[in-house]
Design a protein around this ligand. Structure first.
Ligand code: HBI
Ligand code: FE
Length: 296
């Protein structure tokens, strides 16, 4: 594999995070080693078994429709044929985490940045930054769903606007992304199912989010979510459950986030594990073993 190019570390509200060059590159597919393809195959097969009956049908069906399999690391160009036809989205290859505004601008243009490199075998169970497996396996199938695809674009456009309003709106938006795109659950007639990529790409959290008595499961409310802090170094203390992707999309465009920031200005943030009287509680977590230091 070629070497990913990390350019600097940037201080954010999540501490120092690596930031990579903003360049869009060609996916260097020929540079993947047999070991890289094998890492993909192992992760893919393991998650397929765990996610049957746990991931939402929109994820599993679209993953199949796009032709993603364990056989080899997919070529972005092949997936793009399906994405273009379904929703007009396009995958672009990047070196890793992008500065926030660059990331938002891509989403607003219906381009999803995918880290082209895959983790090393010794990182199979945990890696602290997004790699190809997280980005591609976790995020990409739902971009085939028209409503979710529109949500992602609206989120990006909202991010571009928010970046001119200062820090507080950006923090609000980051929390929304975290608790939906990364760690969201969705109600189905068979019970809650996973749609968040951070869960879908994690063996442990796929089970924990649905089956453990530890975390809270609370009905989604955009203002509530935007005030809620989160964990970056452990399983989430709280998962927010949407009823439909329409509900998610409506929260972003109706009414364009602006009035929401105004309402939330100066509002106190909520610790990640707290349950409020106004919450629709599906599960009140036992909180067993929760870290007690501050959430992000
Ligand atoms: N860059 N490539 C990439 N992928 C992400 O998911 C990503 C990012 N930059 C910033 C970012 N996510 C977060 O700040 C989100 O909250 C927007
Ligand atoms: Fe992600």
């Amino acid at each position: 594999m070629q070497t990913p190019r990390r350019v600097e570390h940037e201080l954010t509200d999540k501490g120092y995070v690596p930031v990579y060059t903003t360049a869009v590159v060609e996916q260097p597919w020929d540079s993947y080693s047999p070991e890289d393809h094998d890492t993909w195959a192992q992760l893919f097969q393991r998650q397929q078994e765990i996610l049957r009956g746990r991931a939402c049908a929109e994820f599993l069906d679209n993953q199949r429709r796009m032709g993603m399999t364990a056989n080899a690391i997919p070529k972005f160009a092949d997936l793009n044929v399906h994405l273009q036809a379904a929703t007009g989205w396009k995958l672009i290859a990047v070196e890793g985490l992008l500065p926030e505004l660059t990331f938002f601008e891509h989403l607003a243009a219906r381009e999803f940045p995918v880290t082209w490199w895959i983790r090393k075998p010794e990182q199979i169970d945990y890696i602290s930054e997004p790699d190809l497996f997280h980005d591609l396996y976790g995020h990409v199938p739902l971009l085939m769903n028209p409503i979710f695809a529109n949500y992602m674009q609206a989120y990006g456009a909202g991010g571009v606007r928010a970046s001119t309003f200062g820090n507080e709106p950006l923090t609000n938006l980051t929390r929304l992304y975290w608790y939906t795109v990364e760690f969201g659950l969705i109600n189905t007639p068979e019970g809650p199912r996973i749609y968040g990529a951070g869960i879908l790409s994690s063996k442990g959290e796929s089970i924990h989010s649905l089956e453990s008595a530890t975390p809270n499961q609370i009905g989604f409310d955009v203002r509530r979510v935007m005030r809620t802090r989160y964990r970056i170094d452990s399983y989430q203390k709280t998962y927010f459950v949407i009823d439909s992707f329409e509900q998610l999309f409506k929260a972003t465009v109706d009414p364009d986030f602006g009035p929401i920031y105004y309402d939330l200005k100066g509002a106190e943030s909520i610790p990640a594990g707290n349950v409020l009287d106004s919450d629709r509680v599906y599960q009140r977590g036992t909180g067993e073993g929760w870290p007690t230091d501050a959430d992000v």
